[in-house]
Design a binder for this molecule. Sequence first.
Ligand code: NAD
Length: 261
Amino acid sequence: MSGGRVVPRVVMVTGAARGIGAATVRALVARGDRVVAVDGCGGPPLAARGDLDAVVAAGGDQVLGHVADVRDRSALDAAVDLAVARWGRLDAAVAAAAVIAGGRPLWETPEADLDLLWDVDVKGVWNTAAAAVPAMLGGPDPAGCRFVGIASAAGSHGLHHLAAYNAAKHAVVGLVKGLAADLVGTGVTACAVSPGSTRTPMLDATAALYDLPGVDGFAESQLVRRILDPAEVAAAVAFCCSAEGAVVNGSVVHADGGFAP
Ligand SMILES: NC(=O)c1ccc[n+]([C@@H]2O[C@H](COP(=O)([O-])OP(=O)(O)OC[C@H]3O[C@@H](n4cnc5c(N)ncnc54)[C@H](O)[C@@H]3O)[C@@H](O)[C@H]2O)c1
């Protein structure tokens, strides 16, 4: 509230052009937040510029788009600057951008796969936090500020033929735990959300890594016995981005329908 007026929350979301990131933008917009939607838009296997433009258009004047590779810290600094210039604050950041690689046992996995996953899936989250947290600490309401890293069931289990992705997602969990410890006393909090198999282009890519004809078989690994919708995961992420989300700090929300490999 400001002088009796409700001040909208301002959130940065990476990986926002499609999948869970895009669903998170929609969930935040629906409750009145303002969003800077960031994506690399590099074309396959990444989303296209048109995907990001569609997310921005659907959000009306509540969403600004920003093309940035999460490996580029200065490009993320610019996204934060955009939020602060347009809306005067940054209340939360969601690091959803990631890629997947694998399909072979660890000892046959090219080092390039590990390098890619480390650079995008781990350092991308690191860069997002490093860009966002100073704006939160220096903003009008640090106690209302949240950082949310998107990890995975692969962040707490060993998934077959995905050793490099497992390593990267375990690192995301460690990163948010360390960040939460660094933020003690500031009011800013940090957590991870670990989705299960969710109907997005990344799940299609995962099925292809296993030479599966489609994604439906992954439902067997979830107690709900179905593939999750991105909106279901986004609802959990949106809660973690809220002022009330401070209750989840230095820990992981398992938004996976009950993972049961
Ligand atoms: N879909 C699932 O089943 C599932 C399960 C567990 C965890 N996750 C995690 O959820 C998050 C979202 O995944 P998704 O399924 O929506 O994937 P997705 O591939 O549909 O979307 C990922 C988005 O990230 C963007 N991106 C990729 N590399 C980028 C980079 N270097 N810089 C900026 N943007 C980049 C892509 O363009 C794309 O828009 C990821 O962290 C993923 O690891 C997904």
